[in-house]
Design a binder for this molecule. Sequence first.
Ligand code: 5RP
Length: 223
Amino acid sequence: MTQDDLKRAVAAAALEDIDSLLTPDAVIGVGTGSTANQFIDLLAARRQDFRGAVASSEATAERLTAHGIDVLELNHVGTVPVYVDGADEIDSQLRMIKGGGAALTREKIVAACAERFVCIADASKFVETLGGFPLPVEVIPMARSYVAREMVKLGITPVYRDGVLTDNGNRILDGFDRLFEQPETMEAQLDALVGVVTNGLFAKRPADVLLLGDAQGVKRLTR
Ligand code: 5RP
């Protein structure tokens, strides 16, 4: 089974998992990345069964629209019954690192407004301790050097993601060389730095459900 097969399998499992939430008034939160894209492609077949979607990035909004799914603005929707998204890493408490695709801020906003967060991932994303994957930090452009120096004080090696501008017009610093034994604490410390918009630790608001795919099938884990 290829990684793409696993992504498709967890996307299909997510569609089954949220089946009862697909009602005529429902607006579904949709994430960003290659696993979320598989979900969008499957969700398209059900577009008559729900009202529309809130997108966590411009790329996702474009893909949803191309499939004929209405994209609504989060401010007009309030809460969403469910948010389905991938992750770069996830641990047994369903805390994650996200933002490999630079969409972390909008992803965290939609997740905050979601009654249920369903994470879809292949088994390579499941880790004992978060931090093997470089931690993305979205920064206001003029704060880039300042935040990088503060990250060093926190034991993180920052690397500027050259050429990447987020959907919000900001920059990304990727944090290397630090495992996060207490991701809640680090999430709060990074967010407290002036100039940081968001960081990619999703510990304060972890996933509620993890659909994890490996060669044996899809496992469902909950908190
Ligand atoms: C984008 C993200 C994605 O969820 C994360 O990068 C996983 O992507 P993929 O499904 O392509 O592995 O956080 O900002």
